[in-house]
Design a protein around this ligand. Structure first.
Ligand code: G3H
Ligand code: 13P
Ligand code: ZN
Length: 312
């Protein structure tokens, strides 16, 4: 099977009460880890590349790595998605370059500008068989060079969603209900809670329409501990409780974005390996451990958070 769009995946996920994992890819080991876990668990999967990833690896390498994964696992439906496309030009370059899905993230602009840019991207993408995700509301945290303070973050206003989707023609919508980017999502001592009431209201206004959650890492404490026990200094890293994500996946949420957890797994493996084997200097030795951690984390998400195992 060649790369696919998320259209069929989302239809089945919505009807089946599960979600598709959208995992960020930056290098070969991460692509391998995600797609091997998906293949072993018979789960569809979305591989997404941010502007930072495209700059780090070069977009052509990422496209070819994902194409290699498709060739090795032809039974797994895979989407190659642009994460947080900053503008029409970035989305166009990915649409022209082999991506099957793009996100236009104009959420920090005015409602009217967001509609206009998203509409333009949807028109260009649809003419070429590519699907589009847009965002309404603002998440706190760090995406590439853009850092949004928690007090500037805004929940999605359900009153805006019908007009936005109708006027833009986008295929899925990312909403802000209390998730945020990065490993420091909540202050220690606070009770992490997603606004599932906003999600319910949005899905009431957009029946059957796929909703996306960004910033959905859970920051597994076992990996934070390994990092800190091996020379790291991650203080008060706290993520989204997995049971709340599972709840969201049972409803309108069809795509759940996870990046930070994979970074933690890779870093924990590499740090631990260096401490245990100070004489090693072959990247294949320590990257093997990091890659295995990423694979374990993706498998855990597929089974326990997304519920997408066995859905091929
Ligand atoms: O949404 C942000 C993702 O974690 C990508 O992060 O922009 O540092 O590649 P990045
Ligand atoms: P995390 O930082 O919670 O992994 O979020 C990733 C994300 O939203 C990518 O778009
Ligand atoms: Zn995101």
């Amino acid at each position: 099977m060649a790369l696919v769009t998320s259209t069929e995946m989302f239809k089945k996920a919505y009807a089946g009460g599960y979600a598709i994992g959208a995992f960020n890819v930056n290098n070969m080991e991460i692509v391998q880890a995600i797609t091997e876990a998906a293949a072993e668990l018979k789960s569809p999967v979305i591989l997404q590349a941010s502007a930072g990833a495209r700059k780090y690896a070069n977009s052509i390498y990422l496209v070819k790595l994902v194409e290699a994964a498709v060739e090795l696992h032809p039974e797994v439906p895979m989407v190659l998605h642009l994460d947080h496309g900053a503008d029409f030009a970035t989305c166009k370059s990915c649409i022209d370059g082999g991506f099957t899905s793009v996100m236009i993230d104009y959420s920090s602009h005015s409602f009217e500008e967001n509609i206009e840019e998203s509409r333009k991207v949807a028109e260009y993408a649809h003419e070429r068989g590519v699907v589009v995700e847009a965002e309404l509301g603002t998440l706190a945290g760090i995406e590439d060079a853009v850092s949004v303070d928690a007090d500037k973050a805004m929940f999605t206003d359900p009153d805006q969603v019908e007009e936005f989707v109708t006027k833009t023609g986008v295929d899925s919508l990312a909403i802000a209900i209390g998730t945020s980017h990065g490993a420091y999502k909540f202050k220690p001592g606070t009770d992490p809670k997603l606004r599932l009431d906003i999600l319910a209201e949005v899905s009431r206004r957009l029946p059957g329409f796929p909703i996306v959650l960004h910033g959905s890492s859970s920051v597994p404490q076992e990996y934070v501990k390994i990092i800190n026990a091996n020379g790291g200094a991650l203080k008060d890293a706290i993520g989204i409780p997995e049971d709340q994500l599972r709840e969201a996946a049972k409803g309108a949420v069809c795509k759940i974005n996870i990046d930070s957890d994979l970074r933690l797994g890779m870093t924990a493996g590499v740090r631990q390996h260096f401490v245990e084997h100070p004489d090693h200097f072959d990247p294949r030795q320590y990257l093997t451990v990091g890659r295995q951690n990423v694979k374990d984390i993706v498998a855990h998400k597929i089974i326990n958070v997304l519920g997408s195992d066995g859905k091929i």
